[in-house]
Design a protein around this ligand. Sequence first.
Ligand SMILES: *[C@@H]1O[C@H](CO)[C@@H](O)[C@H](O)[C@H]1NC(C)=O
Ligand SMILES: *[C@@H]1O[C@H](CO)[C@@H](O)[C@H](O)[C@H]1NC(C)=O
Ligand SMILES: *[C@@H]1O[C@H](CO)[C@@H](O)[C@H](O)[C@H]1NC(C)=O
Ligand SMILES: *[C@@H]1O[C@H](CO)[C@@H](O)[C@H](O)[C@H]1NC(C)=O
Length: 481
Amino acid sequence: MGTSRIAIFFLVVGSFIITQVYGDNASPKGGDHFSRKHAHLQKMQMFKSSILQHDSNSVSLILQATPGPLVYHVTSYGADPTGKSDSTDAILRALSDALKGPGNGFLIDGIVNLGGARVDLDGGNYLISRPIQFPVAGKGNLVIHGGSLTASTNFPNDAYLIDLSPASNNGSGYNYEFITLRDLFLDSNFRGGGIQIVNSLRTNIDNCYVTHFNTTGILVEQGHETYIRYSYLGQHITAGGDHGERDFSGTGIVLNGNDNSVSDVVVFSAAVGIMVLGQANLISGVHCYNKATGFGGTGIYLKTPGLTQTRILNSYMDFTGIVAEDPVQLTISNSFFLGDAYILFKSIKGVANGVNVVDNMFSGSDKGIDIVQLDQSNGAFNQVDQVFIDRNNVKGMKVKSTVARGGVQGNGSSWTVDFNSVLVFPDSIKQVQYTFIANGASFPVHALRNVSGNKVVIQTDVGVDASVYITADQGGTSFSS
Ligand SMILES: *[C@@H]1O[C@H](CO)[C@@H](O)[C@H](O)[C@H]1NC(C)=O
Ligand SMILES: *[C@@H]1O[C@H](CO)[C@@H](O)[C@H](O)[C@H]1NC(C)=O
Ligand SMILES: *[C@@H]1O[C@H](CO)[C@@H](O)[C@H](O)[C@H]1NC(C)=O
Ligand SMILES: *[C@@H]1O[C@H](CO)[C@@H](O)[C@H](O)[C@H]1NC(C)=O
């Protein structure tokens, strides 16, 4: 009875010790892997005998044998936290060891589960001259966190400080899964970009400050479900009204893939705040004041003509707007547009289908700027269906809508309401409802006679003093039963 209990006990403790062999990674200089392993085997032997002797100290030995956390401190690898000397090699060695750490089964097929191992930047600021590029593919469940990286003056302009594209890759499957980049300050020193994620699954970028990028702050290529949260991106460190705003360049975030999410993120300096090149991305709680539209900037650019499938919610477009090419399935709602910021639909092949722009607030400076505008320089929007732009509240700008309501009163036989100043699309009314109220005793015959040129004409067979109330709709899908 007692013996079997000890046996089980030992099995558990033994596996702790094996983990400890790999987990003890504080210093690569502390001897080679083999000798450390050897020392641990000796320790294990001692431990085994202590149990067999029913040593009264066994409880404290068990506590000591608790596996060491798999934390790879870059300072232990010789990285210089003062940012004076080049720490590229040291950080790469720490990362490389972390990626070689013990696997704990697999995540998705082909991705080794590293169990939450952490590369710890130890709160330092490190100078790097080459990207911290992941050397191998097929790893997951790893965290890099807690410090700053600054590009040196010879950092390549086409590279990223942290690069999740494997140096070697056999080209099949995802590169990484569940890699977390957290609590990082990334300074590209006006060379290259901040973070590149390539063909990876479930990547977290949390609480990162990415600045001085010359190309792109964060680039997401292919893959799925990169979640960028609680982060700040700006080419120049400014809090608005910057004298150099006209010259801001680069892009805060590029999403060239599907199913990503950007939430609670500020882009405070860049020519384009967020460039979307894939589908099913969610943008929420984003504050863009990267470069005013008046200076040629764009807050969010949806370059996904023909299939957009994007939701922009609860965001704050601050002097910079949204551009969408041939939007198909797009929702923009509950967002605040300040400083004459507006939404521009740019025709590529003339398609706008399934677009909801509702419940937003627009605020401007009485310059008569339309809240929604069309760029038809490539041709008119001629395939418009299910476009619903309505219920936006507007102050100091001009309301544009796909649903317009108007009334006219007069004595005669024809009543015309011109909706051009409100309706978004020229010469396109799909549905009309009207109410005809004859003032007085007459009982005329009345009918809808014409809707061309966004003007609705109601006529009667005889002259009569009447009021006419009209709702004209450009967006609704017509159906017949
Ligand atoms: C190629 O990579 C995939 C996952 O990235 C992995 O499952 C597979 O074993 C690799 N094949 C070779 C030959 O390395
Ligand atoms: C930054 O990018 C611009 C182009 O956008 C390029 O002309 C310039 O050389 C880049 N800066 C560096 C340091 O490479
Ligand atoms: C409407 O016009 C007709 C003639 O054009 C006139 O006889 C009639 O009094 C007018 N009704 C009102 C309410 O002004
Ligand atoms: C509708 O009005 C336009 C001008 O506004 C005119 O060219 C067209 O002939 C009218 N259609 C009908 C059926 O009266």
